[in-house]
Design a protein around this ligand. Structure first.
Ligand code: SIN
Length: 275
């Protein structure tokens, strides 16, 4: 396998491996690379829905997303799509998937199925690098702090997506979610400290109201994005990205109005998070 960095502190492109039939030792190496670098990109892959599901199960299990439409024949696969006549995309702001779950999903395997002629890139930002770059006084302030995460304001029947043309595509609008996680976690496999708040789902610090939390939360959200901790993927047919939700945030660009984009996503099971 050959590893080519996508950016100084986030992401690698991996060549020389066929994901659908990779060996156990290649799988172990791929996992370690993703835990460390946050996201890995694979080009020119042939990956059927069956390959996708088999790969997710081999990794360690699949968490079926509660909200996105599911592939009719293969219910483990969530469809992340925007039709040519729709305006709003899924995931079009910086976030971390499933941080509202008690045991958040480890990450995702996203396969390009239909791409717009241009645009529709995905960005990731490395939260280990984000934590390292925080000033010492902020590191001290967030040491031992916990935060509450929920998806209710996003997916519920009166939530953010319901106000858009994407709302009609969603399931699970009556679900209630909520979980508390440390603001700084230790990555379960690398032990590296990661900033674990995100603009999509983090509401408040434990023991503080939303209003009391906002100044520090906003400071962290702003500080987490630096020029050198992000990478950007330009999708092509046959591209697959696998990312770690503990190591990264991601953001799907919505700059292809008038064109269709369809991606297939399997969400990989994770483990409880600790400081
Ligand atoms: C997401 O999983 O948030 C969407 C990513 C993408 O469509 O590029």
């Amino acid at each position: 396998m050959k590893l080519t960095p996508m950016a100084p502190k986030c992401g690698v492109e991996i060549s020389g491996v066929t994901l659908a039939t990779c060996s156990d030792s290649e799988m172990d190496e791929i996992k370690q690379v993703i835990y460390e670098h946050g996201v890995a990109v694979f080009r020119d892959q042939e990956f059927s829905p069956e390959d996708h599901i088999r790969f997710g199960k081999r990794w360690g299990g699949i968490d079926v997303n509660n909200y996105f439409p599911l592939q009719e024949e293969y219910n483990e696969i969530a469809i992340v799509k925007k039709e040519a006549d729709e305006q709003t995309n899924i995931g079009g702001a910086w976030h971390t998937d499933h941080s509202y779950d008690q045991i958040p999903a480890m990450g995702s395997v996203l396969v390009a199925r239909e791409l717009p002629p241009q645009g529709g890139d995905t960005l990731w930002a490395h939260m280990g690098a984000a934590y390292d770059a925080l000033p010492d006084d902020i590191k001290e302030e967030i040491d031992g702090l916990e935060a509450f995460h929920t998806a209710d304001h996003v997916y519920k029947a009166d939530g953010i997506y319901a106000q858009t043309d994407m709302g009609k595509n969603l399931r699970g609008q009556d679900l209630k979610t909520g979980a508390v996680h440390p603001v700084v976690i230790r990555h379960p496999h690398t032990g590296r400290k990661m900033l674990y708040v995100n603009g999509g789902f983090t509401i408040n610090f434990v023991g503080q109201s939303r209003e009391e939390s906002l100044p520090l939360l906003q400071k962290l959200l702003d500080a987490a994005l630096t020029d050198d901790n992000q990478c950007r993927l330009q999708w092509k047919p046959g591209t697959i990205a696998i990312w770690d939700n503990r190591t990264t945030w991601h953001n799907a660009m919505n700059d292809y109005q008038g064109h269709r984009r369809e991606m297939h996503r399997i969400t990989l099971s994770g483990e409880a998070l600790a400081a």
